[in-house]
Write a protein that binds this ligand. Structure first.
Ligand code: UDP
Length: 330
């Protein structure tokens, strides 16, 4: 078929929302996922191949079997503090395995890629919304893996004509507004799902890592962006590439930040739960403030975020976690 898109990491959090979005728009998402982090039950909108992008034979099989028009690459490890403790796991998967995926694409003449990059490629900022030309000086192994792949993609484009759009997400959050898909990391390390699990009584308290940052209330400021809005941006970027448009690098954020304390307060308001908190030491790799300006994506891709309000992000996540308190079935 001429509507087949390979989604690597399509059983994961953002990848699964992406597949549903593609399917709604008439594409056929082909999911390749090793299920190290992803969930089989999250793959519902097209064929599933269990396999690893680090394995050339798996890639050859997938690219031969399907008529892949473009690749969306979500298959990465994403836990910043873990990347500080076990960097080789991150360089091995996020960089080396991505090179293997690119080699597979080049072998099979597939030359359109949307790459999940990150605001972690910027490193420290002065606290104002960062645009794409902000200096990239990542301070963690995770951030460096994403930054390295961006550099590799520039070289790959000039050498092989493989065009890529790098989307630098700020803090992906929220869940499928229909309530079928959500965020289920094991162990969970991300703030919003952990707050919600505490609200549900699955955890006794929430650890807040540091209250002495130079921010308005001492806790870190992050720019939370709804996973559905991320999916919309990917589709716009993909369709532009498929229509012969250029690659590029785009921030995806709200241009607005919330502190950890503010996220907790808003969640208390929505869930009516008390959410006990304990203040702890700073977490390795955290920077005080990360806020993105997405003017470029709005202007050049026509991106129109629909769920920018933090309440909408928390509500959709709350709905999914209430419905599936144990996450996806295994
Ligand atoms: N955070 C926290 N307690 C938690 C998890 C996260 O205080 O149990 C803080 C974390 O230190 C950071 C913010 O919440 O300042 C967002 O962390 P998350 O892991 O969700 O995303 P990151 O910004 O690391 O990608």
């Amino acid at each position: 078929a001429d509507n087949e898109i390979l989604v690597v990491g399509g059983a994961g959090y953002i990848g699964s929302h992406m597949c549903k979005y593609l399917w709604r728009r008439g594409y056929r998402p082909i999911v390749l996922d090793n299920l190290v982090c992803g969930h089989r039950a999250a793959v519902q909108w097209g064929p599933f191949i269990q396999g690893d992008i680090g394995d050339p034979e798996t890639l050859d099989r997938v690219f031969s079997e399907y008529d892949i028009k473009g690749v969306l690459h979500f298959a990465a490890y994403t836990c910043v503090p873990e990347s500080v403790d076990i960097p080789l796991k991150y360089y091995g998967n996020n960089v080396a395995n991505t090179i293997n995926l690119l080699q597979g694409m080049v072998r099979h003449g597939v030359n359109r890629l949307i790459f999940s990059s990150s605001c972690a490629t910027y490193g420290v900022s002065d606290g104002t919304p960062m645009s794409e030309d902000h200096v990239q000086h990542p301070i963690t192994p995770y951030g460096r893996t994403k930054w390295m792949v961006e550099q590799i993609l520039d070289d790959v484009e000039s050498a092989y004509g493989l065009r890529a759009v790098c989307l630098r997400y700020f803090n992906a959050a929220g869940a499928d507004p229909d309530g079928h898909l959500g965020e289920d990391h094991r162990p969970e390390t991300h703030l919003i799902p952990i707050i919600i699990k505490t609200a549900l009584g699955q955890r006794d308290f929430l650890s807040v890592y540091g209250d002495d940052y130079p921010t308005r209330d001492g806790t870190c400021v992050r720019d939370y962006i709804h996973v559905e809005d991320l999916a919309q941006a990917h589709l716009l970027a993909l369709e532009r590439l498929l229509a012969g448009g250029p690659g590029g690098k785009y921030n995806l954020g709200n241009g607005d930040g919330a502190t950890v304390r503010e996220v907790i307060e808003r969640t208390r308001g929505i869930t009516q739960a008390s959410i006990p908190v304990r203040f702890e030491e700073r977490r390795p790799g955290d920077v005080p403030v990360l806020i993105g300006s997405s003017e470029k994506a709005i202007r050049e891709l026509g991106w129109r975020p629909q769920y920018s309000d933090l309440d909408a992000i928390i509500e959709t996540a709350w709905n999914w976690h209430r419905r599936y308190p144990d996450g996806y079935p295994e």
